[in-house]
Design a protein around this ligand. Structure first.
Ligand SMILES: CC(=O)SCCNC(=O)CCNC(=O)[C@H](O)C(C)(C)COP(=O)(O)OP(=O)(O)OC[C@H]1O[C@@H](n2cnc3c(N)ncnc32)[C@H](O)[C@@H]1OP(=O)(O)O
Ligand SMILES: O=C([O-])CC(=O)C(=O)O
Length: 396
């Protein structure tokens, strides 16, 4: 018997086409609908990039104004969603809170829409649902951080763009331009990354013709893990453990001796560095300067250079974004929910792409459990045996 060629973790397996983004490990580049992500981060508001991911083209002035109008109209958390968030224990992880909120939003939105046969919705409905989720997620994330700090919610501001309003709702004060700019860039860089684990999860769920909200809830669950989105939070835990740049050497010796994974390093696709890191590192540098925190830069640089020198494994996007979000003032547990707020654009673009050319995603497995065996005293069901015999006959 020939051994099946199993690709553990689907490593290296190409499972479908996508026109949404191109990750190129050869050139360390990332394109969203053809545009290099660095160019988008340097020139666009996140709303325009969301439009690009969903529609395939950047918006003109009128299209952007229209999207902003809709986004602003759906920024506030509905009262029953806020009440439900309040039921989530304060010491639960905020990813559980965000997942619960999206689940309720989905149930409300789909209530009365009919049987499961209608679940997947039309392209138009799914675009509207995507925009509404994109619009409300910042308020959910901001409210989560504030409620854990014992602070009242802050209402959204119609006169602020997405990034500035997100920071306003979180901190209750207008952020400086340099902070808004760094945050906007991080959202763009986190927006989309082809068939990563959470996006693939969303596509698997969508492929059964389930609904967009179920797919996003599943994707949130996949993103929470520390091997994926949870790593941005994990980077800060590592920074806290190490303390200062002087401790990096001994800390790393011990961590590697214990065979620990160093969070924020390594990537399934990029093996010579993540295309997004230089842009996010530049944004982190502006924050280091703005907040006058050279100690953060020293720790960052020392851990990076020591780990690369020892293992030849490079940082991924979570490495610079973790300390950047920390400097802005987000609590460590809020980092992965920020990733959700950004990646909902990519997830929903993929959900719509999957539906437009769907095939149920159902791979095969090779059984390696016990050989066939039987329950003592079981008397075979003759009807079932007859079916099995017929199947054997038909198979020749
Ligand atoms: C936005 C994102 O989601 S980016 C990813 C965020 N995740 C992280 O930062 C978590 C830390 N990184 C990792 O765990 C891995 O690099 C992954 C999961 C991201 C990619 O993993 P894979 O492609 O499956 O590679 P794999 O885990 O097999 O690593 C290959 C080798 O490099 C080692 N390695 C990879 N990353 C790390 C790391 N961060 N620290 C220590 N060793 C590492 C592995 O131990 C393995 O060594 P071995 O061959 O001696 O067993
Ligand atoms: O592509 C991946 O596997 C993980 C990643 O970097 C992302 O989702 O942004």
């Amino acid at each position: 018997m020939t051994e099946p060629d199993i690709k553990k973790g689907l490593a290296g397996v190409v499972v479908d086409y996508t026109a949404i983004s191109k990750v190129n490990p050869e050139t360390n580049s990332l394109l969203y609908r053809g545009y290099p992500v660095q160019e988008l981060a340097a020139t666009q508001p996140f709303e325009a990039v969301a439009y690009l991911l969903w529609n395939g083209e950047l918006p003109d002035a009128e299209q952007l104004a229209q999207l902003r109008l809709t986004e602003r109209a759906h920024r506030a958390i509905p009262d029953d969603v806020r009440t439900t968030i309040d039921l989530v224990p304060l010491d639960a992880h905020p990813m559980d809170e965000v997942r619960t909120a999206v689940s309720l939003i989905g149930a409300r939105d789909l209530a009365g829409t009919g049987s499961v046969l209608d679940a997947s919705g039309s392209a138009e409905q799914n675009l509207e649902r995507s925009i509404r989720l994109f619009a409300v997620l910042p308020a959910i994330v901001a409210y989560g951080q504030r409620r854990r700090r014992g602070l009242p919610p802050v209402a959204p501001r119609d006169d602020l763009d997405y990034a500035a309003n997100f920071l306003w709702m979180t901190f209750g004060e207008e952020a400086d331009e340099v902070v808004v700019d760094a945050f906007n860039r991080s959202m763009i860089l986190y927006g989309e990354h082809s068939f990563n684990a959470s996006t693939f999860t969303a596509r698997v769920i969508t492929s059964t013709l389930s609904d967009l909200y179920s797919a996003v809830v599943g994707a949130i669950g996949a993103l929470k893990g520390p091997l994926h989105g949870g790593a941005n939070e994990a980077v800060l835990h590592i920074f806290d453990e190490i303390g200062t740049a002087d401790n990096v050497g001994p800390w790393l010796d011990q961590a590697l001796a214990e065979k620990r994974k160093i969070m924020g390093f390594g990537h399934r696709v990029y093996k010579r560095g993540d295309s997004r890191v230089p842009t996010m590192k530049a944004a982190l540098d502006t924050l280091v300067e703005h907040y006058d925190r050279p100690d953060v830069a020293a720790l960052y640089d020392t851990l990076e250079s020591e780990f690369v020198a020892r293992k030849g494994i490079y940082p991924n996007l979570d490495y610079p974004s973790g300390p950047a979000y920390n400097l802005i003032g987000f609590d460590t547990e809020t980092f992965t929910p920020l990733f959700v707020a950004a990646r909902v654009t990519g997830w929903t673009a993929h959900i719509m792409e999957q539906l437009a050319s769907n095939a149920l995603i159902r791979p095969l497995s090779e059984y390696n459990g016990p050989d066939e065996r039987h329950i003592d005293g079981y008397v075979a069901d003759t009807a079932a045996l007859a079916v099995a015999d017929r199947a054997e006959e038909a198979a020749g």
